[in-house]
Write a protein that binds this ligand. Structure first.
Ligand code: ADP
Ligand SMILES: O=P(O)(O)O[C@H]1O[C@H](CO)[C@@H](O[C@H]2O[C@H](CO)[C@@H](O)[C@H](O)[C@H]2O)[C@H](O)[C@H]1O
Length: 472
């Protein structure tokens, strides 16, 4: 194992002030920016680390910045403390044409006046530096680069930024590793590292095992002090070469007029295997009436908030609410459920099929908009099943004309595959399944309204269906 490299660094005073006007304009345009719809009125610095001192050619800063946003657009009302974002700011005299899409802007004042700043993950040298820091377990300022000593990281792997639509940002190194850099940083243990590490401990081959990870020391981190836990900023894991994700595959089959039954069944089995491994790796609990009540209360609250945010949901609100009250009624009769750690945001895009036909699950972060403590709570495994059922519906409705029967066949095959591997069929719990599918569709309505309004009709169609049927 190589020696840990420790470097203490300082950043120039006035750095954030000089970037402020550029970031105000650039940050809200990023896909991973969580505060869409509300203007950014300023920033405060949580931590700044100089990863490369700015020479005439290149500089690199790692920033954790809090973006201030008023609660109501246009009302100038009270400001929330704001979300904290991880940024990699490259500094150059001028950008070569290949880096044009990475431009943040030209700095006119402060320590970087006259220089050009850009999103450094697009650039080879900064991306190489991150892998090298993980490989050598560097400590730079408040940043700690750590790794699993049993896995080897070769040096010199060529980086490329993943350009797909993402909630975070990822860099692939030589088709060998993928480094996911989290964008919105929240205090606490991040399940995107926690769960794959736990699964690796019990030897679950369905989830790529973390190779290395990047954390911020507690006093550099965005939480309220004093906080003892380091904050996860990124995770490196083996890259599944030549993989196709389930979403792409499903759309391909739909375009050919083919069904997706065999793959749906295999996906059901893979999900069940991961769920079983999670029960071996981490504690399970029994949910009685009190816990169910609070779960139902959470679902109902999210529905109310969604109706407020997306008024088109209003006509369905009563019908959707009935999915939650039905669950409450069952709990009141004394039904109990087992809860365990789950994926939390499972959909076709989180499933990768290798060229040999093996499925892996990725992205255990949970729904990014939910509080971390909630994402880490044990929940009925049916929650992930419901996520996948929604995903088949999404795929079937993203083609013209929609293919609802295709989705019905996938949903049935997925549940059968799940039952084969888990020993219990999720359809034997229809009230729980409907409640979770409803909760997911409500989440999707808000997600699409905020991030991809043109997709809104897809979860709205589900809201219509779920509001008017007793069972799924
Ligand atoms: N281990 C992996 N092997 C191959 N591709 C991967 C791997 N992990 C992630 N990817 C690719 O990167 C994309 C984004 O990863 P993901 O963890 O879902 O990030 P995000 O949370 O930003 O959506 C995935 O859709 C997939 O295409
Ligand atoms: O970026 P993440 O993968 O963490 O998840 C978010 O974005 C997803 C879309 O990219 C979103 O998923 C929704 O759209 C999918 C099709 O693009 C569909 O397969 C999913 O079923 C649907 O929920 C996900 O909800 C969101 O958290």
């Amino acid at each position: 194992m190589s020696e840990a490299v420790t470097r203490t660094v300082t950043t120039p005073p006035g750095l954030l002030a000089s970037l402020d006007p550029l970031l105000r304009e650039w940050l809200p345009r990023q896909r991973w920016f969580a505060g869409k719809g509300r203007p950014v009125t300023g920033f405060s610095l949580v931590a700044a680390t100089e990863l490369l001192p700015p020479t005439a050619k290149l500089g690199l800063y790692h920033l954790l910045v809090r973006a201030h946003q008023p609660l109501q657009p246009g009302h100038g009302g009270p400001e929330q403390p704001g979300d904290c974002y991880q940024l990699f700011i490259g500094v150059r005299e001028a950008l070569p044409p290949r880096l044009a899409p990475a431009l943040i802007g030209h700095v006119t004042r402060g320590p970087l006046a006259g220089r050009t700043v850009y999103e450094a993950l697009h650039d080879t040298r900064p991306a190489e530096l991150l892998l090298e820091a993980l490989r050598t377990q560097a400590r730079i300022g408040g940043l700690r680069f750590e790794r699993d000593p049993r896995q080897e990281i070769r040096s010199g792997l060529v980086p490329r930024l993943v350009t797909a639509e993402q909630s975070n940002s990822s860099v692939v190194y030589g088709d060998t590793f993928i480094l996911k850099l989290l964008r919105r940083i929240v205090p606490g243990i991040n399940p995107d590292l926690e769960l794959p590490l736990a699964l690796a401990r019990v030897g679950c081959p369905r989830v790529p095992p973390p190779t290395a990870w990047l954390v911020a020391e507690p006093d550099e981190a965005p939480g309220p002090p004093p906080s003892a836990e380091p904050y996860v900023l990124g995770v490196l894991q083996p890259y599944v070469q030549g993989a196709t994700d389930g979403w792409e595959l499903a759309l391909r089959e739909l375009a050919k007029g083919e069904d997706f039954v065999a793959e749906s069944r295999a996906l059901g089995r893979a999900t069940a295997e991961v769920h079983t491994a999670l029960t071996r790796a981490l504690p399970t609990v029994t949910l009685g009436h009190a816990q169910l009540r609070s779960l139902v209360a959470g679902m109902t609250e999210r529905l109310e908030a969604a109706v407020h945010a997306v008024p088109a949901l209003r006509p369905y609100a009563d019908g959707l609410r009935s999915a939650f009250t039905a669950l409450d009624d069952l709990a009141a009769e004394g039904r109990v459920w087992t809860a365990q750690r789950v994926h939390g945001d499972l959909h076709l895009g989180q499933c990768l099929r290798s060229p040999t036909g093996e499925w892996s699950l990725i992205d255990f972060e949970g729904e990014p908009a939910r509080p971390l403590a909630e994402r880490r709570m044990p929940q009925p495994a049916v929650r992930d099943v419901a996520g996948m059922l929604r995903s088949f519906d999404y795929a079937a409705r993203s083609v013209d004309p929609p293919q609802p029967d295709w989705a019905v066949r996938c949903r049935a095959a997925y549940c059968s595959g799940y039952a084969e591997a888990a020993g219990r069929d999720p359809r034997t719990d229809p009230v729980l399944l409907r409640a979770y599918e409803t909760d997911k569709a409500v989440y999707e309505v808000v997600y699409e309204a905020r991030h991809r309004p043109e997709w809104l009709p897809v979860p709205m169609a589900a809201a219509h269906r779920l509001a008017s049927s007793d069972l799924i």
